[in-house]
Design a protein around this ligand. Sequence first.
Ligand code: ARG
Length: 395
Amino acid sequence: MRRLWDKGVDTNQQVLKFTVGEDFRLDERLVQYDVQASQAHARMLASCGHITQFEADSLCEALSEIQEKHSRGEWHITLEEEDCHTSLELRLMEMLGDLGGKIHLGRSRNDQVLVALRLYLRTFCLELRAIARDVSDGLRQLSAKQGDLPIPGYTHMQRAMPSSVALWAEGFAAEIVQSLHSLTTAEQFLSLNPLGSAAGYGVGSLKLDRDHTTSALGFKESQEPVTSVQLSRGKAEAALAFAAVLIMQDLGRLSSDLCLFATQELALVKLPDAFTTGSSIMPQKRNPDVFELVRGHSAQAIAELNAILLITTKMPSGYHRDLQLLKAPLFRLIDQTLDCLEIMSLAIPEIVFDVKQAGELMSSELFAAGKAYELVQEKGISFREAYRIVAEDFK
Ligand code: ARG
């Protein structure tokens, strides 16, 4: 198959395989967004008089048909096609002949990939917010069921102060919602329209209406100046990855608590049977694999954020092929975060705290600071003096 930029020189198959890497597989998830952006671009070209209204309609219809077939699994991007952008354009040309070749006026794959990514990432932000709230709601549900149950609060993994299921569960519920606030920075980057910056330096004397695609695609503004566009690639990714990392850390610490609470030594919670696994050798085992993996993924998440940040570090301005490598860690992180949130949203409402064991764990030392407070209030002595009096009981 002839590639668009083919100048008649035989491309070494090995170089093609190397330069495309995973891109043709990763871009599968961008197809629908590239279609959406291409339709907006075609309509904009018509509004500027570069193509006729009829041509824009034909391009949009063909793109919709290509998209429908893709969503039915009737075609996939091939290695030869490199990425979703080339694949779509080749398919348009197959269907419409020369008209298919008109769609690329005033754009480059460099701004095309950014617009498709931004549309995709905007959807991901909404999904992330919704499912993170499900987890948070699950924790509140647990709190509504068993919230009044006193449990020990630990510092340094030592019994510290009296706590409760409500305090434990609602602490995590609140933090998950707080972590979501960090998505706002990502959404700010995602609100700018890269289309029209083309390869990174605009389109010279060609007349385009960037604001047309900005409003059609729901962006807030056209990204200016054009040279900022390629400098911004990786930033929405990093901001989003950071938000995902914070959420994953909440889930990882929650999981760590649950693994600890479920030991025979503490026996404070019973993990739902369906969310534990057995052992191939020890018939009695109910292992908290789900929660261990969530904890593991919370560490992996930081590795993905790191990869994202490192790819653009020290890179000169303008487009470079290294940028393509941003997709793999980003998509892995997105998938893992959604998977972890989903499994946790299912598991959490099923968790049961053991009432009898909780009672046994509520030993007297947990009330030591409380006793000192009482002495201060009853006797009007200083906290330090009250502390010393209570400390006598623990010598
Ligand atoms: N797959 C490429 C990427 O993700 C698309 C842009 C290719 N542009 C280029 N000039 N080779 O970056």
